[in-house]
Write a protein that binds this ligand. Structure first.
Ligand SMILES: C[S@@+](CC[C@H](N)C(=O)[O-])C[C@H]1O[C@@H](n2cnc3c(N)ncnc32)[C@H](O)[C@@H]1O
Length: 180
């Protein structure tokens, strides 16, 4: 577990700077946001600076949760399993998942855990809410799983990531909109 040896801020896949152009198309600061498996990502703290005051971060690692709380005391961070989200039905405008479903898909009970997670995501999202999932898998690798829930639409965007002076193709961002 990386957080035991290094509890410093760390972002998987992409930085806030590279993610922000996509996020700003779908999110506004009054939205309620759930960060699924936040680890020690800086994303919620940057979003807080951008005016997103209604955010909750969850992770099942108590070490990651404590690290997050120590680094960013203004954030709401809870120890919670994505397969058993203790939030009300239809209560969240947007769920951001950067590398977490990918991580769940590597667990021993992967197919079951991924399906349960997806059904929890769908349950807590408001009608018209969005599940924004970042993965290095393309649609072909995630379509069958995502289609286990009913979405009004699934859009896929590829982000570009900056490395020094150059840019390169980054991960895919899936934007799944819950039916109204
Ligand atoms: C690859 S890391 C991504 C962390 C962060 N989202 C980022 O982009 O830097 C996956 C995170 O998901 C968490 N995680 C994995 N399975 C989980 C589950 N079932 N419930 C809650 N968190 C989980 C891990 O503890 C880890 O912090």
């Amino acid at each position: 577990m990386r957080y035991t040896s290094d509890p410093r801020p760390y972002d998987f896949y992409l930085s806030h700077t590279d993610f922000k152009p996509v996020l700003s198309k779908y999110l506004i600061p009054t939205h309620s946001i759930l960060h699924l498996g936040n680890g020690t990502s800086r994303l919620p703290s940057f979003m807080l600076n951008d005016g997103f005051t209604n955010q909750i971060c969850i992770d099942y690692s108590p070490i990651a949760v404590k690290a997050c709380q120590d680094i960013w005391p203004k954030l709401v961070v809870k120890c919670m399993d994505a397969t058993k989200i203790t939030l009300d039905d239809n209560s969240i405008d947007a769920i951001i998942d950067k590398a977490t479903l990918d991580s769940i898909l590597c667990e021993t009970d992967a197919p079951n855990a991924a399906l349960t997670t997806l059904s929890e995501i769908h349950r807590v999202l408001k009608s018209g809410g969005v599940y924004i999932m970042v993965s290095y898998s393309d649609l072909g690798g995630r379509e069958e799983l995502l289609n286990k829930c009913s979405w009004e639409e699934i859009k896929v965007e590829r982000v570009t990531i900056s490395t020094g002076d150059s840019k390169k193709d980054g991960p895919f961002v899936f934007i799944c909109k819950k039916c109204n």
